[in-house]
Ligand binder design. Structure first.
Ligand code: SF4
Length: 71
C-alpha cells in the first residue's frame, strides 16, 4: 500500500485507516483496536485505505463567455 501513498501529501488520519469504520455522519472513527477515535487522530498501526478517501469536489469556473466556444 505504501507504493500508492505519499505521506508528504496526506497526513495519517484515523479517517483513512484500514482498521476504522466511519459512520454516515462522519463525526468519529470507530477503530477495531482503540474504539471511538477523532477523525484526525492516528497511531502506529495506521495503514492507508484509499477507498475511504472522499475526493474534493471539482470546482468548475463559470466565468466563461460566448467567445470561449467559437472556433
Ligand atoms: S487508532 Fe490507529 S488503528 Fe485505530 S483507526 Fe486510528 S490509526 Fe487506525
Amino acid at each position: 500500500m505504501q507504493k500508492y501513498y505519499d505521506r508528504k501529501k496526506h497526513d495519517p488520519r484515523c479517517e483513512y485507516c484500514i482498521y476504522a469504520k466511519i459512520p454516515l455522519d462522519r463525526s468519529v472513527a470507530l477503530c477495531k483496536f482503540d474504539g471511538v477515535m477523532p477523525l484526525d487522530s492516528h497511531c502506529r498501526r495506521y495503514d492507508y485505505d484509499p477507498l475511504k478517501r472522499v475526493p474534493k469536489k471539482l470546482r468548475i469556473d463559470t466565468d466563461y463567455t460566448a467567445e470561449d466556444f467559437k472556433l
